[in-house]
Design a protein. Structure first.
Length: 130
């Protein structure tokens, strides 16, 4: 999907999220699970948490202003659940995190970002880029 410049960085960051999800799925239930889970937690703090905050402080308020409360709430709910799962130390949490992160990224790419591109004004989109 072609992304407008304002959303390009957020969209590009999703690739790393998908890499993390795949890694978590592969490691769950293996001897390396604890080590990989800690690496994922570290990367979550360094990469995904700032990504979530950028969306929560810029994109989501802009979408809320144009009446997209349902999309905003789904995004916030999924961010909350991902934060909860990454704080747990269990194989089911690791698997759940991987599955939700993958679904969440697909939702953002296919619905959230598409809606933003189609319905936010050029001025609103420009504000997101800065």
């Amino acid at each position: 999907m072609k992304r407008c410049p304002a959303l390009r960085n957020l969209s590009n960051e999703h690739h790393q999220g998908l890499v993390l999800a795949k890694r978590a799925k592969r490691a769950a239930g293996t001897e390396d699970a604890q080590r990989v889970w800690q690496e994922i937690r570290d990367r979550f703090a360094a990469e995904l948490e700032p990504h979530f905050r950028a969306e929560e402080n810029g994109l989501l308020p802009a979408l809320e202003r144009i009446g997209k409360a349902g999309l905003v709430q789904q995004t916030l709910d999924e961010h909350t659940e991902l934060r909860r799962l990454v704080g747990e130390n269990s194989a089911p949490a690791m698997t759940g995190f991987a599955e939700l992160l993958e679904r969440h990224i697909r939702f953002e790419e296919r619905e959230l970002f598409e809606t933003a591109q189609q319905e936010l004004s050029p001025a609103e989109l420009d504000k997101l880029a800065h």
